[in-house]
Write a protein that binds this ligand. Structure first.
Ligand SMILES: [Zn+2]
Length: 55
């Protein structure tokens, strides 16, 4: 029943009401391209590197 857990943590786009896809560092709306940083709503990813956070 692991799939059920994934559904619970997936946010929806504020404009399209579409379930957003998960990217390495953010949520992405497949419809309009709106993104949300994952660390804004859920625990940050384990892999933190200068290429992601330091530019
Ligand atoms: Zn959208």
């Amino acid at each position: 029943m692991d799939d059920a857990m994934e559904d619970l943590v997936q946010p929806r786009c504020r404009d399209c009401r579409v379930v957003m896809r998960t990217c390495p560092a953010e949520w992405l709306c497949p419809s309009c391209g709106w993104t949300i940083p994952i660390d804004q709503s859920i625990s940050p990813p384990v892999f933190t590197g200068p290429s992601i956070w330091g530019g």
